[in-house]
Write a protein that binds this ligand. Structure first.
Ligand code: SF4
Length: 378
């Protein structure tokens, strides 16, 4: 017990935790004390009374993928009958619906299509940016950029500059899973840890921001998780380009890996990872609750364990829902959960700027559960 208090005191006093101290916290069962310290740091780093969220839509432009990840239930091999590629008209229809619901951006990602070169992505972005100049395009992930580099024989910086010029606003931190190749090679044939980091370095070098993620519970242990945290913090020291860190747990349903793994991370393990992330990343402003994967109740509890952001309403989501995460919420429900945790809900955009809408009603914020359930039935 004294071991962890000394570490918590060091961080609360403005010091930086090292890898062995991080491992000690992750191995501790005292998640409440770790959570209290994380909450204290979160209150210092971000406004005490506000929890932010974003309204966007996850458009998965294709499910065709030429690599294999045993934790993925979304991908289809090229040539299989149930593959798809969304047309530009289909993507625009989804964006129109998102704007009608108060959305400010789109999170667009897809499988690693064997035929999509840099020109395909440039045309997609150019078309969308011309039609929706103020709508934020938060798109792709390091594995997709690595795939473009293989197809078009271009370096990451050139690709990112061209995508930025075509209208890309920022990049999600997907495809990180665990940034330790001992684990990655067991579960995926996608890009290595170093390639993931090199793409993110290029993203930041051309002046774009991104998030960083971690999906744990895929056969990793504490040492692998610490390696992941160390690599992300080191890169952030170098570039300062990450806006937020978002850890979540592996969603196992319908996946090959899920049939093999018998134990999955518990709610306490999730909260502890979230809190340790808040204490570890003295150089990243925001820690996001992943209510979509953890459920609304645990996602709400996360707001008292270091998270200052509730993530996305996510009007459409296909990847984690294919793997069994079936949580759903509309804006009123998310705002209700934020308020019940003791905070003022505040919509934001992808770069964490506040978004104030005339049509947002505070009526739902003052509703009780009974009224809300009636409202949801409408
Ligand atoms: S996680 Fe991404 S890269 Fe891996 S199989 Fe699924 S779609 Fe392909």
């Amino acid at each position: 017990m004294s071991d962890i208090q000394a570490i918590l005191d060091k961080v609360l006093g403005g010091g930086r935790m090292d890898a062995s101290e991080c491992a000690t916290l992750l191995e501790s069962n005292d998640f409440v004390r770790i959570g209290l310290a994380a909450d204290e740091i979160r209150m210092r780093k971000n406004p005490k009374d506000v929890v932010t969220y974003i309204i966007d839509r996850n458009i998965n432009y294709t499910n065709v993928c030429n690599v294999v990840c045993t934790f993925c239930a979304f991908y289809r091999r090229p040539g299989k009958p149930d593959t798809y590629v969304h047309s530009i008209e289909e993507i625009c229809k989804r964006i129109d619906e998102t704007i009608a619901l108060g959305g400010t951006g789109v999170l667009m990602q897809g499988g690693l299509h064997p035929d999509f070169n840099i020109e395909w992505y440039e045309e997609l972005l150019t078309t969308l940016h011309a039609k929706y100049p103020d709508f934020q395009l938060h798109c792709f992930s390091p594995p997709e950029i690595h795939n473009i580099s293989l197809i078009s024989q271009l370096d990451y910086v050139t690709i990112m500059q061209r995508l930025k010029d075509a209208g890309l606003n920022s990049m999600p931190g997907g495809g990180a899973e665990i940034l330790d190749d001992e684990v990655r090679k067991r579960v995926s044939t996608k890009c290595t840890s170093q390639e993931w980091l090199d793409v993110m370095r290029a993203v930041h070098e051309v002046g774009l921001r991104s998030t960083a993620t971690m999906m744990f519970g895929i056969g990793d242990d504490v040492s692998h998780r610490v390696n992941h945290l160390q690599k992300v913090r080191d890169l952030q020291d170098e570039t300062g380009g990450f806006t937020a860190f978002i850890p979540w747990t592996f969603q196992r349903e319908n996946t090959a890996l899920g049939r093999k793994i018998t134990e999955e991370p518990t709610g306490i393990e999730y909260l502890k990872m979230l809190s340790v992330s808040r204490l570890w990343f003295d150089n990243i402003d925001h820690i996001q609750s992943s209510w979509l994967t953890q459920g609304l109740r645990l996602g709400q509890a996360a707001l008292r364990f270091g998270a200052d952001d509730m993530g996305s309403i996510m009007i459409e989501e296909n990847v984690v829902s294919a793997a069994g995460a079936d949580t759903d919420a509309n804006e009123s429900e998310l705002r209700y959960h934020i308020r019940e945790a003791g905070f003022r809900p505040q919509q934001r955009d992808i770069l964490y700027n506040y978004v104030d809408r005339d049509d947002i009603s505070d009526k739902s914020d003052s509703m009780g559960l009974k009224e809300l359930s009636v409202a949801f039935a409408d």
